[in-house]
Design a protein around this ligand. Sequence first.
Ligand SMILES: [Zn+2]
Ligand SMILES: [Zn+2]
Length: 160
Amino acid sequence: MDKSTEYQEFQRLCQAHGCRCTPQRLAVFLYMKDNRTHPSVNRIWDNVRQSIPSITRESVFRILTELAEYGVINRMDKITDARFDGQVSDHGHLICERCGRVEDFDLPPESLLPQDMHGFTTRHTELRISGLCACCGAGAKQAQNKEDTTRDKKECQAEP
Ligand SMILES: [Zn+2]
Ligand SMILES: [Zn+2]
């Protein structure tokens, strides 16, 4: 998808929800579009500020919340901090409790849904598996005799 198609998609989204097509909204939208890195608010803010230096963290968070309401992204809660997912199709997440790293994995079709749905209409299915990522798991073994685990944590948070 080229930039002009993305812009048209953004314009349609704004029209459908009666919000203005501001450069701030566009920047957050473009950064999150098909983003598979499950970024935190701070990481999104850091990236958006490169094109819009004046944007505040509060504005970024408000726009992310809007986009989540519109179904363009998913908000992922109950992990180390609020994360947002640019992929809204059903998939699973491997969540590292130590460094906060989130990896996608494919779900088997349908099999996760309970037989009795109590009349509930599903919008999104997600399976979360928490534990230690390969990096933190290996680091934990190495760090058993070391007191300084914060250093391992920092190294692990680097982008792959
Ligand atoms: Zn980890
Ligand atoms: Zn994901």
